[in-house]
Design a binder for this molecule. Structure first.
Ligand code: ATP
Ligand code: MG
Length: 378
């Protein structure tokens, strides 16, 4: 940990390592430090025992803190592959856990299951004794497989890994489609107990809550969420968990925010820019008035907003997705619908955008395009 302050240059001067090796060590230390900073003020410490209140014998020994958010901290456990999320501020852990249970029933690949929740006593090991320290609320989770995408997004050193997950524009559309289906599955009523008839929306989509693995995405953290009961279906799981009926206002607002998350996903990946800034930019605001041809030209040009690696892959269909998303941004809440209209253009784009071709082929294609300068047809 303290080694992180060793500057790269000093390392190179005083050690026998090469510049490149020093750089690698420094990057590693900074990464370790980011992880540690994330847990620096954790309320729990490795070895603490969390005993479930009112449930004789249920206890968890925490091992390594994986991360801390506004609401809580997440720990690996001794002798278990599950994760314990300790909530410092008392929150409705019951609802969060139920969200995971119902969502995992609907789709266990994309949502993590919750196995336990409750109030816990934190016991610290002092010598050979255990001392009661504090009370917390906790939930117990299945660990998401793969890599947290936020860790691939920011430091440039991870760009190679990000490019493996999203190697071409086709993969971006593919994954966007996958995210849509995840939201779509969530918003459908459950079909098996517990949770028959419950429609769900997560209200906190962000890259830190998304993991990518060979199976696809997994979404975590259901602390901010909406759940409601579909029509006249039986939705009360038990006397504690009663769900209010879904109203059209709630459905509309939730559809709108899910559509916003999809657009955010696209903008972050295709343009490498944060949606909050880019969505406000003149370029994005003017899009609905731009012809598809000039947009394709813009997306393909070096001065356009596209990430360089996707530049040659934009065509009319894929550009149309961006236009439709920009139009959606102008939609008044009253007109919001699910599925969002831009999903149609994504389907078309998926059929048209080519999978990445070997580099030599790509170069040949670019040369041919340059020499022929083909017209762009609508
Ligand atoms: N199921 C999981 N599998 C793998 N890692 C997880 C899982 N749940 C949480 N984590 C790790 O713990 C970190 C914090 O988790 P989480 O986002 O659920 O906490 P939080 O307190 O709700 O944060 P915030 O409220 O700020 O979003 C995550 O960023 C992730 O690194
Ligand atoms: Mg979180």
């Amino acid at each position: 940990m303290h080694l992180k302050i060793v500057p790269w240059l000093k390392c190179a001067l005083v050690s026998t390592m090469s510049l490149r090796q020093c750089l690698r060590v420094c990057v590693l230390l900074v990464t370790v430090d980011i992880l540690c900073v994330a847990c620096r003020h954790s309320k729990l410490k490795p070895g603490d025992v969390v005993k479930k209140k009112g449930d004789n014998g249920k206890e968890y020994v925490v091992q390594t803190c994986l991360g801390m958010g506004v609401q809580g901290e997440v720990w690996t456990l001794n002798g278990s592959d599950r994760l314990l999320k300790a909530r410092v501020a008392h929150k409705n852990v019951n609802r969060e856990c139920l969200f995971g249970k119902i969502a995992a029933q609907k789709d266990s690949t994309h949502f993590t299951n919750c196995f336990d929740h409750g109030e816990g006593e934190v016991w610290k090991v002092e010598g050979s004794e255990l001392k009661l320290e504090k009370q917390i609320a906790y939930t117990l989770w299945e660990r998401a497989k793969g890599q947290q995408i936020s860790t691939l997004m920011s430091p440039p050193s991870r760009a190679k890994e990000l490019n493996k997950v999203f190697p071409d524009l086709h993969s971006v559309f593919d994954r966007l489609n996958e995210l849509f289906h995840m939201f779509d599955t969530l918003q459908q009523p459950g079909t098996i107990a517990p949770g028959i008839g419950v429609r769900q929306w997560t209200q906190d989509w962000q890259w830190a809550h998304m993991f990518a693995s060979a199976d696809g995405f997994t979404l975590i953290d259901y602390g901010m969420q909406t759940q409601c009961c579909n029509g006249s279906q039986e939705c009360a799981v038990n006397s504690v968990n009663y769900f209010e009926p879904c109203t059209s206002n709630l459905l509309r607002a939730s559809s709108l925010s899910a559509s916003k998350y999809l657009t955010q996903f696209m903008v972050d990946l295709a343009f490498g820019q944060s949606f909050s800034q880019f969505g406000q930019s003149d370029w994005f605001k003017r899009l609905h008035n731009t012809s598809l041809e000039s947009l394709v030209r813009d997306l393909r040009s070096g001065s356009g907003p596209s990430r360089e690696m996707f530049r040659d892959q934009w065509d009319l269909q894929s550009a149309k997705v961006i236009v439709e998303m920009a139009k959606w941004r102008r939609v008044h809440e009253v007109d919001a619908q699910w599925p969002p209209l831009f999903m149609n253009s994504i389907k078309v784009a998926l059929e048209s955008v080519p999978l990445s071709t070997p580099i030599t082929q790509e170069l040949l294609d670019v040369d041919r395009k340059k020499s022929l300068s083909p017209p762009i047809h609508v």
